[in-house]
Structure formats: structure tokens, C-alpha cells
Design a protein around this ligand. Structure first.
Ligand SMILES: [Ca+2]
Ligand SMILES: [Ca+2]
Ligand SMILES: [Ca+2]
Ligand SMILES: [Ca+2]
Length: 308
């Protein structure tokens, strides 16, 4: 890759991030074992459909949720399986759904003091009459492209580093089932997972800095200059095995990160973009973001002398 214009940028970015990460700790939480597992609701009544995805131990999101609002005392229920008996003894989670019409909406359900442990299925459940309007079991699902029962960035790497990448191919790595394995599969995977390119640690935001050193730009910065063998979790956001700042065609890893900087999943699973000057952004992040923006500016301005 084109790394020659980036030496100064490398130094600036590295120094900046190292300085900002001065108070780092190693308190990084283990991701929940079933994070990323999905449950596509089978429709039984009241037009219920949607795909639930486990976010962490006590949170799941329901994408594309549709329900006509009918039926009394209807709630999301967790059960050990999809049997009526299991939901009868199950756990009511989230707000009353009765009376609200959902049309391909996205919502986040916080379990509020308990976890998904022991629960394997989700239902849109009518409490009064013990009726299942739509339910499904959580499974690793298609996001698990390397079939190891874990949904994580290794599944992105499995697509990028599959021998078929860039050409014809089928199987789990052909995420969108169009008989070709390419960037679209990665982009669709990211979209369904609920994030975008640049999110090295897959926590649904693209940020610069975190106290524990897990900011996406920090991760990228600490691996800058890697020329082979890099993976998504190192900051290789285009699957070419390196972690670089800049490329003529805009495919430099820092360029990709910069494009999506400060993208984050909001409480309702809707991605929002916060402007750099927003007062809600903590000072170190603002500073670091400006530095990254500056870095990109420097490398872009220095394009000309080398020509195209
Ligand atoms: Ca996997
Ligand atoms: Ca495909
Ligand atoms: Ca992130
Ligand atoms: Ca790369």
C-alpha cells in the first residue's frame, strides 16, 4: 500500500494517541459469549416479524420489528426454549407492546438487572391468554461465517481472507448469498451486526479514544505500520493485511476510520453522527478527532507532489 506520504502522519498520530492514552488501564471486559446471536421471529399472529440480536449479557436489539399492536398485555418474553410452557414460565422484558404499531422499526431492550443467561428464545407473548404471536431461538446464525459458534470480528476476517474473496464463491462467507464473495458481504455483515467500517472492537461506535485503550483509532494507531497478517481487530478495515494511513484510492485504514469517525449506535439502534464541535463530546476525544482530521488533511494535501 501507499505508505510513503504518511511517515509524518504516522508520527503525529502515534504521538497524539500515546499521549492521550497516558492514563490507560487494562480493564477490558470480555464480550458476552452469545453477543451477535440472532433470532428471526416466526410469524404466528398480528403480523409479528423481526430479527432480534443479542448485544450483550443484558441487552438485545430487535431490528425490522413489525407488529400491528393488537392483543391484550403483549410483551417480549424470554424463555428457555420456544415452547408455550417455557414462555409461561419465562421472563417479561421491555415495555408493553399492546396498542403500538411497529412497522420495520428498531428497538433496544435492556433487561434491567438480569441477564440472558439460561434464556434461549424470544417471543412476542400475550400474557393474558398465553399466546405466542411470534418467536424464535437465538442461534449464531449467518453472522457466524467461520462456524465457530461465536460472532466476532473473526467472522469478518473469514470473509476477507477466504480464497474466494474478490471472485465467485458460496457458503457462509458469501454472506448475502449472491454467489460472490466480496466487500458487499462484509458491508452487509457490518450492517446486520449494527456497525460500520472502522469499528475495530465492534462496540457499535467508531471512536478515537477510550480510557482503557480500546478506542478504535488507538487500536489502529498501535498497529500502524503492520504490513502483513493484520486482522480487523488490529485496524485492517479493508482486508488487505496491512494497517496503513493513506492510499490514493481512499482505502487507507485510517482514511476508512476517519470517514466513519464518531458514528455510533444510539439507544434505539439508529446510527447518529455527532459534529466535531458538539459540547457533549469529551475533551480528549474532540482533541484527538481534530488531530486525526489533521492527519488526514496532511496526507491529502501532500498528494500532489507525487502525482497520480
Ligand atoms: Ca464466528
Ligand atoms: Ca456475496
Ligand atoms: Ca468501536
Ligand atoms: Ca488495510
Amino acid at each position: 500500500m501507499n505508505r510513503f506520504p504518511s511517515r509524518r502522519a504516522l508520527v503525529v498520530l502515534s504521538v497524539a494517541v500515546v499521549a492521550l492514552a497516558g492514563v490507560s488501564s487494562n480493564a477490558s471486559a470480555e464480550p458476552y459469549a452469545r453477543a451477535g446471536w440472532t433470532a428471526e421471529l416466526e410469524t404466528y399472529a398480528h403480523d409479528v416479524s423481526g430479527v432480534a440480536i443479542i448485544v450483550d449479557a443484558d441487552t438485545f436489539r430487535v431490528d425490522d420489528f413489525t407488529y400491528d399492536g393488537g392483543g391484550p398485555a403483549v410483551y417480549f418474553y424470554l424463555g428457555r426454549d420456544t415452547s408455550n410452557e417455557a414462555f409461561k414460565q419465562g421472563l417479561r422484558v421491555g415495555p408493553l407492546l399492546t396498542g403500538t404499531t411497529f412497522d420495520h422499526d428498531s428497538l433496544v431492550i435492556d433487561l434491567d438487572g438480569t441477564t440472558l443467561d439460561g434464556y434461549h428464545a424470544l417471543s412476542v407473548w400475550c400474557e393474558d391468554f398465553y399466546v405466542d404471536f411470534g418467536s424464535a431461538t437465538f442461534t449464531p446464525g449467518p453472522l457466524d461465517t467461520n462456524l465457530d459458534q461465536i460472532v466476532n470480528s473473526a467472522d469478518i476476517d473469514a470473509i476477507y481472507h477466504d480464497p474466494a474473496f474478490g471472485g465467485a464463491g458460496t457458503g457462509p462467507v458469501d454472506y448475502n448469498n449472491d454467489s460472490a464473495v466480496n466487500q458487499i458481504d462484509v458491508d452487509d455483515w457490518l450492517s446486520d451486526f449494527g456497525t460500520v467500517r472502522g469499528d475495530a472492537n465492534l462496540d457499535a461506535d467508531v471512536d478515537v479514544w477510550a480510557l482503557d485503550g480500546t478506542g478504535d483509532a488507538q487500536v489502529l494507531s498501535s498497529n500502524l505500520g503492520t504490513t502483513t497478517g493484520a486482522i480487523w481487530g488490529n485496524g485492517d478495515f479493508n482486508g488487505d493485511g496491512d494497517v496503513d494511513v493513506w492510499a490514493f484510492d481512499g482505502s487507507g485504514d485510517a482514511q476508512i476510520l476517519s470517514e466513519n469517525l464518531n458514528t455510533s449506535a444510539g439507544d434505539m439502534g439508529v446510527r447518529t453522527t455527532v459534529v466535531l464541535t458538539a459540547t457533549s463530546v469529551p475533551e480528549p476525544s474532540t482533541t484527538a478527532m481534530l488531530i486525526v482530521a489533521g492527519v488526514i488533511g496532511i496526507v491529502c494535501r501532500r498528494r500532489k507532489p507525487w502525482g497520480d
